[in-house]
Design a protein around this ligand. Sequence first.
Ligand code: 13P
Length: 334
Amino acid sequence: MVSYKELGFVNTRKMFEVAMKEGFAVPAYNFNNMEQLQAIVSACLESQSPVILQVSKGAREYADQTLLQYMGKGAVEMMRRMAKEKGLGEIPIALHLDHGDSYELCVSCIESGFSSVMIDGSHLSYEENVALTKKVVEYAHKYDVTVEGELGVLAGVEDEVSAEHHVYTDPDQVEDFVKKTGVDSLAIAIGTSHGAYKFKPGQKPEIRLDILKEIERRIPGFPIVLHGSSSVPQDAVETINKYGGQLKDSIGIPEEQLRAAARSAVCKINIDSDGRLVMTAKIREIFATKPAEFDPRKYLGPARDALKKMYMEKNEKVLGSAGKAPLIMAELNK
Ligand code: 13P
């Protein structure tokens, strides 16, 4: 068993306490390769934002669980060295399992150094979701690992997780769920969805901030999580299509709605697809405009730079998390 503390990660408790008080959300960015990890960590360090590094089950299989553990440790060490070199403060980093689908997977992640896990029982019956989430919480809390549960179902596809229609979170269930399970945060479904096709053309791209408000009223001060929160930057979509891609009707969540959510009890916002789009756009552009290029560093490097820029903008303009790392570090060092 490797404790996340040995790897230099923190759990999400203090992050969310500060986020709730200060009206921002901690970014949860997914990664499964080195360039994404470098971009996320350097962007968050430079914008002095806390960050949750998210790994899905599929990403864990893709990158290999052992390698991932050392990549995570390496990310913390790299952040510390870069902070010194640039005269910046260190930032808090959590390593989080995104959409854990079984007790066994959550245990395995906790044993290999994750500081936070999500158990996604949202496809089960309410009673089964409560029982599974509670079981994970009981194990995780023994090791001071924080747990995210989910109520309601998001539409869209993400790795193995997919659903055709939304089932909005029922505000009548949240208080009971939180009380019975002991979870540290709750992912809700209010109209966000996984992937690059969140709304149909002609449909108003709107999330149900009214349901969020009602949930907040039922569980005041409790950290809420929004999945499926990519905004699907249209310049990236256009670049992809200009250079041979075929993305049709890709529509995301308007950034101002996410900003409004981040000011409320939403303490964690998950973004994956936007990074995939920005990276793909840059690589397609280079393949098309520099056809003689065959050194991966010459296309993955610029893709990494584009990703870093995107994450810095998200921290600043959408999450509101830029500049908040010192507040969390101060709490952690108390
Ligand atoms: P997007 O597909 O909108 O980026 O959502 C990612 C996510 O919610 C990961 O859990």
